[in-house]
Write a protein that binds this ligand. Structure first.
Ligand code: ADP
Length: 204
């Protein structure tokens, strides 16, 4: 049995983490790109050394860990600095994700959860691109509920992302998440059944 590698993406608060957790519960190996990005700049890593070489000691806290807010202020204000940071972190994340994928037993369904999969042009790197999609009004309501933000702040976060149409165009499978959590779980079950060849399989 070959390993199936899925790229899982979706807009902010679309339900990616929820879907990833459901898939993990069915037996998938979930690899979280955001987590790998944090690990890539832990103390002692080549990633952190490269960040300090580029941005200086000012991005380090007294305990030697990365001062994320300080680095965030620099890259938020300067697109070139942001590009440099991404040139350090993204290859490290991809290399680690590839390593974890290669280490999975044959037949494993590997799910790489990558919020900016489409924005970073990785859609061809996967056997299947799965997009979790919700109406923008739902996303705003969920961002507000989850992160305690006001309407304007929630809208600003939504607007900072690739547009929904582009994401949907890159999808092999769309998991809609406009209903209840139970509706989403049903969709994930049907998707999983289709993937693993269980009887009654149906992909939506
Ligand atoms: P993402 O990982 O895409 O940012 P999450 O899976 O964290 O999104 O979901 C965003 C928030 O919305 C979470 O608090 C989650 O529990 C909630 N949520 C997800 N799906 C639903 C749903 N169908 N109905 C209500 N709340 C949901």
């Amino acid at each position: 049995m070959t390993t199936t590698v899925i790229g899982l993406t979706g807009g902010i608060a679309s339900g990616k983490s929820t879907v990833a957790a459901l898939l993990a519960g069915r037996g998938a190996l979930v690899i979280d790109a955001d987590r790998l990005a944090r690990e890539a700049v832990e103390p002692g890593t080549p990633g952190l050394a490269a960040v300090v070489a580029r941005f200086g000691d000012g991005v380090l806290r007294p305990d030697g860990r990365l001062d994320r807010p300080a680095l965030g202020r620099i890259v938020f204000a300067d697109p070139l600095a942001r590009r440099d940071l991404e040139a350090i972190v993204h290859p490290a994340v991809r290399a680690r994700a590839a390593e974890l994928t290669a280490a999975a037993p044959a037949g494993t369904v590997v799910v790489q959860m990558i919020p900016l999969l489409v924005e970073t042009g990785q859609q061809d790197a996967f056997d299947l691109v799965v997009v979790v999609d919700a109406e923008p009004a739902e996303q705003v309501a969920r961002i507000r509920a989850r992160d305690g933000l006001g309407e304007e702040e929630a809208l600003a976060r939504l607007r900072a992302q690739a547009d929904r149409e582009r994401r949907l165009a890159a999808a092999d499978v769309v998991l809609r998440n406009d209903g209840t959590p139970a509706d989403l779980a049903d969709r994930v079950d049907r998707f999983w059944a289709g993937l693993t060849g269980s009887p009654g399989a149906e992909i939506h």
